[in-house]
Design a protein around this ligand. Structure first.
Ligand code: GTP
Ligand code: SPV
Ligand code: MN
Length: 595
């Protein structure tokens, strides 16, 4: 052992890994700026990082074309019994999976440095925070973890001599033999990639990918898949949700947590610039919420992360000015286009399209190329503290009290702009039956409608039938203090394929209606699928929108909804007797309301 920490369990685990992966060097991260800069310099020298002339202390990386997004097809939740993983997760028996992966890990860090990254998810000292330790052979991962989590000495201090941590083992899976040349983005072929979770042991093993949620193990692996299991066992919630604070013209604050599937608008909503007069938005988090019932019986949320790993394409001064400000400096860009001026560019950015650039694959690109210059899942990694509208309370250890939950997804038809659930059980039913068209955030087909309950299908670490029950249980415990539940769809399209709703900052109009509902100031209109705003309930002042668009956005077509019911029933049946009866009852009630 080259070094040891105060924590015996950690020392033991580091030793085990060391013997298995056999690196040429080992390094314990302290989390300092100096360490970050040294690591980046290493990456610049190797050619993996390209310094940008337009953004101070910012760098562009290009991944291998096979390693551009999460790989849900290679992501496993491993329990002794398949039943515990449930129908929405890939499953391999833990002994078999460990055997396969141990063989892959055997000597996998030869010729490389093994970095040990102690990190904290959640504000340091928060009663909701959890410590993890990631071991990786990717300096790119180290730099990203520096931004996305609280890395280093402070996390080790929190861990102390006998604290608990989640061990997160990561390797890109490309040992370097003596004299062998490295490539800018080493990774293993798809069939050797494994993103594995052993929830009973609170253990994560990831192999073969260097990208995003496959490799930054504090994010989806720890803060969602493993944390969802801890949350079930300990009586709290770990959700794929943004957190924001709205303040109305009278100064009353509302806290909103919203779950949309990947690349469906969380970062955009979290940094909303309201277009309705007098309303203010502050950002608390853009991807993950950990929530616990406080002493006053209300539900309090923290953001376990400290940075944004945001989708670049579509981000502009027009759509998300606060994100554009956030990423001006100290940012890592991955798979964007490099302009001839040394700037980054992506599709959907405002201003002129560059006449020439180097695309995300490293090839010459001009606007008449038949492929995008930036990969559709190109991302920026930026410190949350740099967001101009980050809430002064974003690191408050106890979190913020949630008033409103929003579920939603990307559906070009059927689902209206917004509706409110009749009550908690109906809200859980809406979350359970969330459907969305797939996006580039996962490797696979894009634009295919799939069920994505609570936007958690890729991220729930146990049988989702039990997860639905956990939601019902939380509602029972919260009672009168439970947040109100809404369901939105910003993505409904007209016959020509144009979005009917302008979206982005204009979404504040919908949020305003929700807050008025919470305050008992807006009446609404009962329909079989929930409470919708009457046309005049939405504040549309200053918005130019054809009247027929609004009609269509708030239209509930009973025939279309009746046609949804058998699909829901079929989906429910995949959970067998793990599906709570209360949700079957909800489906029956919907059927009856539809007549
Ligand atoms: P993950 O980081 O993958 O979890 O995604 P996310 O949910 O944070 O999605 P994000 O906010 O990055 O949005 C992804 C895409 O949706 C971008 O291309 C946005 O431009 C687009 N988008 C976001 N909000 C809206 C909206 O209100 N209307 C429309 N039409 N598009 C939107
Ligand atoms: C998502 O896909 O939901 C993301 C990006 O937030 S990743 O970190 O790659 O999972
Ligand atoms: Mn996400």
């Amino acid at each position: 052992m080259v070094f040891a920490t105060q924590n015996e369990k950690l020392n033991q685990w580091m030793n085990e890994v060391l013997q298995m992966v056999r690196p040429s060097d080992i390094y314990l991260c302290d989390g300092s700026k100096d360490e970050y800069n040294r690591m980046i310099q290493l990456l610049v020298q190797s050619g993996a990082a390209i310094p940008l002339s337009t953004h101070p202390n910012s760098y562009l990386f290009r991944s291998d074309p096979s390693d551009v997004a999460r790989v849900e097809g290679r992501t496993y939740v491993s329990y002794p019994s398949r039943e515990e993983a449930g129908p929405t997760n890939n499953w391999i028996d833990p002994d078999a999976l460990k055997k396969t992966m141990s063989d892959l890990y055997d000597g996998c860090m030869e010729g490389r440095t093994m970095y040990v990254i102690p990190f904290c998810m959640g504000p340091l000292g928060s009663p909701l925070a959890k410590v993890g330790v990631e071991i990786t052979d990717s300096p790119y991962v180290v730099c990203n973890m520096h931004i996305m989590t609280r890395v280093g000495t402070a996390a080790l201090e929190m861990l102390g001599a006998d604290g608990e941590f989640v061990p997160c083992l990561h390797s890109i899976g490309v040992p370097l033999k003596e004299g062998e040349e490295d490539v800018p983005w080493p990774c293993a072929p798809i069939e050797k990639k494994y993103i594995s979770h052993f929830p009973d042991e609170r253990l994560i093993w990831s192999y073969g990918s260097g990208y995003g949620g496959n490799a930054l193990l504090g994010k989806k692996c720890l803060a969602l898949r493993i944390a969802s299991v801890m949350a079930r066992d300990e009586g709290w919630m770990a959700e794929h949700m943004l957190i924001l604070r709205l303040t109305n013209p009278e100064g009353r604050q509302f806290h909103v947590a919203a779950a949309f599937p990947s690349a469906c608008g969380k970062t955009n909503l979290a940094m909303l610039t309201p277009t309705v007069e007098g309303w203010k938005c502050e950002c608390i988090g853009d991807d993950i919420a950990w929530m616990k019932i406080g002493d006053d019986g209300r539900l309090y949320a923290i953001n376990p992360e400290s940075g944004f790993f945001g989708v670049a394409p579509g981000t502009s001064h027009e759509s998300n000015p606060m994100a554009m400000e956030t990423l001006k400096k100290n940012t890592i860009f991955t798979n964007c286009l490099l302009t001839d001026e040394g700037d980054v560019w992506w599709e959907g950015m405002d201003g002129d399209t560059p006449a020439h650039g180097i695309d995300w694959r490293g090839l010459d690109w001009t606007p008449d190329c038949d492929h995008p210059g930036a990969h559709p899942n190109a991302r920026f990694t930026s410190p949350a503290a740099q967001c101009p509208i980050i809430s002064p309370d974003w690191e408050k250890p106890v979190g913020v009290p949630i008033d409103v939950f929003i579920f939603g997804g990307r559906r070009s038809t059927v689902a209206p702009l917004v509706r409110e659930a009749f009550d908690w059980d109906h809200g859980v039913f809406l979350g359970t039956t969330a459907g969305s068209e797939t996006t580039a955030a996962n490797i696979g087909a894009v634009g295919k409608l799939r069920w994505d309950p609570f936007a958690m299908v890729p991220f729930c670490g146990y049988n989702m039938g039990d997860y639905f029950q956990h939601w019902l249980n939380m509602g029972d415990r919260l009672g009168e203090n439970a947040p109100r539940i809404f369901y939105i769809n910003w993505f409904r399209k007209d016959g020509d394929g144009n979005f009917l709703w302008p979206g982005y900052g204009e979404n504040s109009r919908v949020l305003k209606w929700m807050c008025e509902r919470v305050d008992g100031k807006a009446e609404g209109r009962e329909t079989p699928i929930g409470i919708l705003p009457k046309e005049e309930d939405l504040d549309l002042s200053g918005l130019e929108m054809p009247a027929e668009n609004l009609k269509e956005l708030l239209w509930v077509d009973a025939d279309e909804w009746r046609a949804e019911v058998p699909g829901i029933e079929e989906f429910f049946n995949t959970f067998g007797d793990r599906l709570p009866q209360r949700l079957r009852d909800q489906l029956e009630q919907l059927r009856q309301r539809l007549g």
